[in-house]
Design a protein around this ligand. Sequence first.
Ligand code: GDP
Ligand code: MG
Length: 689
Amino acid sequence: MTDLEVSSIQVIDENKVFNSHLADYMKQFYSQNNSNDEKGLNYHIVSVFGSQSTGKSTLLNHLFHTKFDIMDESQRQQTTKGIWLAHANHIANSSEDGEFANNTKNIFVMDVEGTDGRERGEDQDFERKAALFALSTSEILIINIWEHQVGLYQGANMGLLRTVFEVNLSLFAKNKQRCLLLFVIRDHVGNTSLESLSDVLTLDLQNIWSQLSKPEGTEGFELDDFFDLKFVALAHKLLQPDKFVEDISVLGDKFISDDQLFNEGYHRAIPIDGWSMYAEQVWEQIETNQDLDLPTQQILVARFRCDEISSQVYESFHEQFVKSNWEDLSFAELGNLLKELRQNTAQQYDVLAGRYTESVYLQRKKLLVQKVDLSILEVYNSVLQKLIKQSKDLYLKEIESALIKKEAGVVFSQVLDNAERESLKYFSENTALISFVDIDDSEAKSYDPSPRLGELEEELSILRTELVNKEQENIKTRIPKKFKSQFKFIVQDELSNIKPSSWEELLDQFRQVSDKQLAKYKSSDSYDFHLGLSKEKNKELLDQVLIKFWIKFKEILNNFVTETNVLRLLVSKFEDEFRYDEEGLPVVWKNSSEIDVKFAKARNSALDMLPLFSLAHTAEGEILPDFDIAHDETEADSDNGEDDGFRESHKFAHLLSARDQDAIRHKFKKQTDALYVETKRSVINSKTE
Ligand code: GDP
Ligand code: MG
């Protein structure tokens, strides 16, 4: 389509087909981001209507400098088929004579095929539909008649006007759409004043109006509820050419003026980029003979256009979105980019779609934003997810390095507190960088980071519980182990020289070593293991440690008080007493009866130790642990498999059974007897030598 600026376009052809290229034609006359016309309403549609060959096209071409076909005088046949549209190039006026484009109002003119049906025979259908179309889409309908037709009902197309009025009532009754009927009286000779011609025409129109069969509910409407009437007369083009041109200029002035002909109430309020679609819808309804419901048409157009704009805007969003490289961006850059993409998309939509029916525009906007948010939230959430992971890692790293450093005076629960503070700080600071808090639309709640903060807090609390549990287990193992390694030697020393007061002594030592191990956890009357545990939990842990102490005590005893060990100690005691005198010097036997006395004494005193080993007891009776340790025995984490036999002696104090004692006594007797015989023999030998 070249040379469109000067040419016209056929909107509807002789076969009543709507031209699909109309949208392209219209596009030349608006730019989508025209800041002077944000609403896209700076345009006007003017149509002409009247008998065939009454100089309509001639009028338009003179007035608007269009190039509609004009009937060739010599052939006298219909030229303009269908409905044509042209953007006015120049509007004739009385103040200038130049022909530069002065159509700042964007007036579009529609030339409608004549109404005589000369060429179409009796086919009035097209004319009726064309008139309806013009009426439904135009702000000003020019009705072109010869002066001599005024008052002649048939000649002035009054019959068609009647039909148009009727249909118009059902069309416009709902929204009371107004329209200007501009009568242009041609070949005005001047004998009859314009005023009286106007009166005659007005009267005619009112007569027609009163005789209309009005649809139900519209009976009370008057002609001027819908139409404003204006009248203009033009001189005879051929007889008074100069006057004709002058009259045209005066009429042009009226079109240029803001308030002489145009009126905001006439405008259909369809943004210019939607007009071709609107016109097509209207034509389709006229063609299919459906009731023309214009408000519904406007909403339909709004839906179409808002959808179109939405997908166009979404496409450009998507293009930018997929080519963005999120990986390489800092949190702040990423946040800004996401916000910018989201806002730009909404803004672009607002500029283009904000001009359409508000409810439709807003509803489609919501859908668009939701769609955009699907993509943006995916990135946003994965960033938050990454932040949660990083914050968790930071938490663990902080704890690890604090525990390695082991700063003096810093206790476990403080280490956890500090790490938690650092972790949450890291999360909040970075979340603030990509934050969407300044977004104020209804969808923004999806960007609220506080649920994710809650998620992190929960994960940290789980980690904390795990760490505290681990540390509790650690304490339950570590402290008793240390206890055992210290206490073991005390027990071994004491029992190696066992005496009646030994158990009293060991019990005392047991308490002392226990207290020493727990000293750093003691505060006034209770214990705190610095894990942030409650008083009850601390007490529980203390008891578990103490139970372990008793178990360790028992383990040490079991390991030491064995048949072999006790036998060895008994024999060694016996030998000490039998072989050495009070000064610790080896005894030199004088006679064998001396041997008997000393042997019996040493043996008794060694055997006296056996009950001391067998039962751990003080003056108050057998030693009873502060806790029932019997059911803890299996848990006892013996360092090696030394605790065999532990099960048999459930009771803490019972170290050697009667059978063990008998066996020891038996072996002891055998060994001492052998010593006795050997000693006796050596004395006899020395005497015989
Ligand atoms: P349309 O069919 O209504 O569009 O009429 P045209 O513009 O094609 O004109 C039809 C014929 O009327 C042409 O031969 C024109 O020269 C002639 N014509 C145009 N304007 C006037 C006018 O003001 N007075 C007279 N008498 N003839 C005119
Ligand atoms: Mg014509």
